[in-house]
Design a protein around this ligand. Sequence first.
Ligand code: SAH
Length: 343
Amino acid sequence: MKKIVDKLRKECFLEKEEFIDLIQKRNDDCFEYMSSLARIEREKVFGKKVYIRGLIEFTNYCKNDCFYCGIRKSNKNAVRYRLNEEDILECCKQGYELGFRTFVLQGGEDFYYSDELLCHIVENIKKNYGDCAVTLSVGERSYQSYKRLFECGADRYLLRHETASEEHYKKLHPSDLSLENRKQCLFNLKEIGYQVGCGFMVGSPYQTVENIVDDLFFINDLKPHMIGIGPFISHCDTKFADFANGSVELTLFLLSVLRLMFNRVLLPATTALGTLDPNGREKGILAGANVIMPNLSPVSVRKKYSLYDNKICTGDEAAECNICVRNRIKKIGYEVVEERGDY
Ligand code: SAH
């Protein structure tokens, strides 16, 4: 095992069979060794810095019906909401005062937010907070739409590919969604000039080790600036309600693999990781992650942005989350910084 890990560190990539072996035969010793190397690589580039991104969940309306997601269109129990421009700017104001220099606007695929409206919002954020980066995470849109939003000032875009395997993709999504289009969106975003993030859920229903290796190969082709991975967590109102949650241990293992593959990449320790393990996000940082995304959404809507069950921090004010996250990071010897944290 040690030999494969050393090769991964040196060459930043492996043969398919080697990746499969590494994942299948992993054990605690192997993880300890790999995560210690991941920390070294991370610290060479980023020192002890951890970047924070303020997450603003601005709509839970969605036109899609992804089988795993709690805000899918057909979930009649979801209580829907939209934030208007004023609400969003208020979240940014609070966030800015707390030291955030990146705002992530995330939502379901909600075309109530036309290009015009989204552009207006992005422009106003940039006008008020010129030293901040704006990240969009609003799903699949046309090339023209992405281009317009970029020209209005959006800097980054998060669009997890979810799974790079065609067969697996079909088991997680209805037939009107296509992996091909999702991948094309990612390449379009990159071409337009965004800093781009892809990613996948760990332990989503029917996922195999081969699927994960396909994800690693796809990520290596795309060469994104950011990679978001987190464990799948079941949601009671979806058809995957009875599926087991993804593994925290495998998620941490894969964070270390990704850090060894891409030493400069921005890699969040996700809320899903923190939901399945009370110290999940700290463990994520120690496995090689360097980003954390505290919630800036108004408390009144937090429970409604329910992608999965038992999501953490749904009752806390932004200021409380901010203090909590800073303390957690400090405790493990890392430091939250007030920087944009560009790639
Ligand atoms: N509409 C946007 C944002 C989707 S929500 C888009 O299409 O990109 C953000 C991410 O949450 C998704 O990409 C998915 O990977 C993750 N997610 C959704 N449901 C989940 C679940 N049940 N468990 C864990 N992660 C989930």
